[in-house]
Design a protein around this ligand. Sequence first.
Ligand code: 3PG
Length: 306
Amino acid sequence: MKVLVATEKPFAAVAVDGIRRVIEEAGYELDLLEKYTDRADLLAAVANADGLIIRSDKVDAEVLDAAKNLKIVVRAGAGYDNVDLAAATAHNVVVENTPGQNSNAVAELVFGMAVMAARNYYNGTSGTELKGKRLGIQAYGQVGRNVARVAKGFGMEVSAFDPYCPDGAMEAEGVTPLHDTDTLYSGNEVVSIHIPATPETKGSIGYDLITKMPKGGILINTARKEVIDEAGLEKALEARTDIKYMADIKPDNADVLKEKFGDRVFFTPKKMGAQTAEANINAGIAAANQTVAYLRDGINRFQVNK
Ligand code: 3PG
């Protein structure tokens, strides 16, 4: 059996070594397609793969059509909005993710960006501290929980809004539960977004919510660009010259925002939240183990297209 690792944004070499070990110890063969820029390369590489390990790489009906032997796709990471689940199900292909494996890396980047914003990009002027400030977390999943843990180290007051979080779970971790997004945005100087991109969340954060933030608000998005109403964000930044927007995912109107708002907006050049050796090792090796577990034993514990 062949397992293809197809990553337009490659894992650290040490993670690829670990993935290779898991695949080869199971008696399977590993194919590696990294940094591809032409989709035709992915379509060719996937043709004889039984298993496919990806990151944010797009797997749609075209890829699934080309992958005649494919039985499982594992997204080495949390969000699987890059995989067409309905098409995978129609092709009898199991889709899994590796929840939690890269969440600390994303949480640490939140604070990298929060400190940079609070200190005015280290431009020589006096900034502010995070200690004593209120941090609101939008979605209390694996990344949100790690953000809360780190925030407490900074001495921040932490609250979160997540309608899907079991009762009592936030309180048990010293986090104040909130009951709506209005309160989340109006009550916190720093808001960190961790919602997935779904039909309900897409475009859900715009002018009304952003302009509710207290003076000097910092909005941090390490989730997905699609959850932002970009026109609304632009309008909010125009209306509220004290607010900063920091994102790990360039919005489509990044150039316009940068030109209009300069250092009040910041975008990583490529999605970097999960780009650490540790996160690559954790997510990559979990993906390899899950691929083998399914191909060899039919175990599908992390299947997301059941
Ligand atoms: C995820 O959903 O796990 C993160 O957004 C990381 O994505 P990446 O593997 O493309 O860096």
